[in-house]
Ligand binder design. Structure first.
Ligand SMILES: NC(=O)c1ccc[n+]([C@@H]2O[C@H](COP(=O)([O-])OP(=O)(O)OC[C@H]3O[C@@H](n4cnc5c(N)ncnc54)[C@H](OP(=O)(O)O)[C@@H]3O)[C@@H](O)[C@H]2O)c1
Length: 337
């Protein structure tokens, strides 16, 4: 079978399509899946560009969606023909995150082989059903980005109707957050470097938009938009360069989900302001399989369809990574085969 792998010493020039050994028939508790799509995340970009070193020969990509071909003995949750989507943490089924969940050692496309291949044989518990009626590319968008948004807002955030959500940027996580928040009856503020992207966010239902390039005080402006009260939830995808404004934006007792590292890995935090706001600052990485199942159940009752900026062929996977690097995308970038 074909697979896209990372070759030593790593980096975009070291991505290679190889003829990989077929994974064969599923063992007890496993399923064999014909993989048809993946979606790109910043994490995949870090692996593909060599910034997160991967083992020589590592099959790329954390997200995978496809069709069940064969089920192993004891598998009752799936049957051949079912559309499935992979889990970011195959070993985290339910409950609180625990070590080694905090590391990427068990994450497909990083610590273990990913889904840039024509087939995969894994534990049935490494997948959930895909949302009904979704294409493989659409389903592939939920493994990492959309599940992170769901956990931040719903599973951990306790989002309620009429809450105000501030989501930074217009990438995969932020646009999924916008869609989930609108589904739940919340108001949404979106920031972006691009007025054109902000118009697109408005068309998707954003109630208020702010250009963070033009307005360095975007957090204060978000708080002002709420009448001075502050927002209930922030999806913080920038990290040290944006956190101070996110703390400006959040209401007393609000919730900041620390999700992204786009402005760096460490920096100053206005701790006294965070304390006086009595806000919850929560680091989180994606979610459990149970959370993905609950998310899929909610999607099956909704009209949401993910926003796919552009889709590439299998052979074009390095071009897809370059497209993400350029940062011109809105929503998700997918690869289909
Ligand atoms: N913790 C987790 O579980 C988890 C899961 C998924 C992703 N992440 C992280 O979250 C971040 C975003 O991931 P993604 O997949 O959504 O990436 P993405 O699709 O590549 O989107 C990145 C977006 O971030 C926006 N952005 C960049 N710099 C910004 C800044 N200084 N302030 C506000 N927005 C900024 C840009 O929006 P505009 O172009 O509109 O300006 C860009 O579109 C990454 O750091 C990623 O590693 C974490």
């Amino acid at each position: 079978m074909k697979a896209f792998v990372m070759r030593a010493p790593g980096g975009l020039d070291c991505l290679e399509i190889i003829e990989h050994s077929d994974p064969g028939a599923p063992g007890p508790g496993e399923i064999r899946v014909a993989v048809h799509a993946t979606s790109l995340n910043y994490h995949d970009l870090l692996v593909a560009t060599g910034q997160f070193p991967a083992a020589d020969g590592r099959v790329l990509m954390s997200d995978g969606a496809g069709v069940v071909e064969v089920v192993g003995s004891g598998v009752t949750e799936f049957k051949p023909g079912d559309y499935v989507v992979s889990c970011f943490f195959p070993q985290w089924q339910d409950g609180l995150p625990q070590a080694p969940v905090g590391s990427f050692a068990g994450v497909p496309g990083d610590g273990i082989d990913g889904f840039a291949s024509s087939h995969a044989v894994r534990s049935a518990h490494a997948f959930t059903h895909a949302p009904r009626g979704w294409s493989h590319a659409e389903a592939a968008t939920i493994t990492t980005a959309a599940l992170t948004a769901w956990r931040a807002l719903v599973a951990d955030g306790g989002l309620k109707a009429a809450d105000v959500v501030l989501a930074l940027g217009t990438g995969g996580v932020a646009i999924a957050a916008l869609q989930i928040a609108k589904l739940m009856g919340a108001a949404v503020i979106i920031t972006s470097s691009s007025d054109e992207k902000l118009e697109r966010a408005r068309a998707l239902g954003a109630d208020h938009v702010i250009n963070y390039r033009q307005h360095a005080d975007w957090g204060t402006r978000a708080r002002d938009w709420t009448g001075g009260r502050g927002v209930d939830h922030v999806l913080e995808i920038g990290g040290p360069g944006t956190l101070a404004q996110s703390i400006e934006a959040v209401r007393v007792g609000g919730h900041i989900s620390l999700i992204g590292v786009l402005t760096g890995l460490s920096g100053d935090v206005p701790t006294a302001q965070l304390m006086t706001k009595q806000a919850r600052l929560q680091g989180l990485i994606v979610g459990s399989r149970r959370q993905q199942q609950e998310f899929v159940a909610a999607l099956n009752l909704s009209d949401i369809r993910p926003v796919i900026d552009r889709s590439f062929t299998f052979e074009q996977l390095p071009d897809a990574v370059r497209h993400q690097e350029r940062g011109a995308h809105f929503g998700k970038i997918c690869v289909e085969w």
